[in-house]
Design a binder for this molecule. Sequence first.
Ligand code: 2P0
Length: 328
Amino acid sequence: MSAAPLSPATARAHSNIALIKYWGKRDAALNLPAVGSISITLDALYTDTRVGFHAGIDRDSVDIGGRKVDAAPFTRFLDLIRARAGIEHRARVESWNNFPTGAGLASSASGYAALALAACRAAGLDTNARELSMLARQGSGSAARSIFGGLVEMHRGESASGEDAYAEPLLGPADWPLGVVVAITDRNAKRVNSTAGMTGLAERSDYYDAWVARAPRDLADMRNAIAARDFETVGALTEMSCLKLHGLMLSTRPGLLYWNAATVAAMHAVRELREAGTPVYFTIDAGPQVKAICAPEHTGEVARVVANVPGVLDTRVSGLGPDAHLLD
Ligand code: 2P0
């Protein structure tokens, strides 16, 4: 049993974007990824989550952006924390994203990372960052990476229990400042969420085995390029991993197509800008938004160019963000 008093806790975790992508699970129940991934954590996009465990309520309640949502998936996650803390209290969870939810901006990453940290502290647990990363992973694979700031690697792990499937930092946010311009091309939530999109992939895509087999080399190449601060190689590997991910998605039965016309136009605009001499590379996740990665001094120019692409509704500029942290 936890001896600590149960006072509410509030945590902030920042969203992240993978440069080498995660897609596919080696164990669905434990949410163990089939491949490792490497990401950057963004300072401009974050989730704040407040959790309180209370004796006098009989079920969990969850509000996101002031709206009550179905608590069932969160109850399963909170049960993991209650089991560790030896408590049975139900929780009140209130969460706010400073960006659109469920539209390919990794709200599940920042959301589950903030929830893991706030709920552990509210339950009186002194969980360390690696344990938080493993816990966040069980909410959402990409959330394991949002426990850390800067450049982050998520390990696929080999163990059946998942004890080696966690993220760890490669470089802190100040070690190699990078910029990201997010081009928003659609504000609606996506039709196929990531979990559904990557379920049963081995049977649904003929490309899946090749995707899994090649991942260790892509990760090693990216690790080396990051260690050398070689932006052009990091950028080239980033575009390669993005296009390979979307090739895999397109090859899935039924085919998954997350792009719209503005997505494609923004990809061309990024490449044209690069051919004209600005080092900038795109990446795209399970949604239609385009993220352009460049040096911080080029974000203004990149944002001006992508904002002019027909169909781009808005742009957000970000640098690299910090570790998930408590706000109170
Ligand atoms: C990534 N994505 O590495 C990849 C690239 C989207 C495309 O991780 O099922 O919401 O909760 O583990 O973390 C999005 O998947 O999926 C994701 P679950 P998650 O960022």
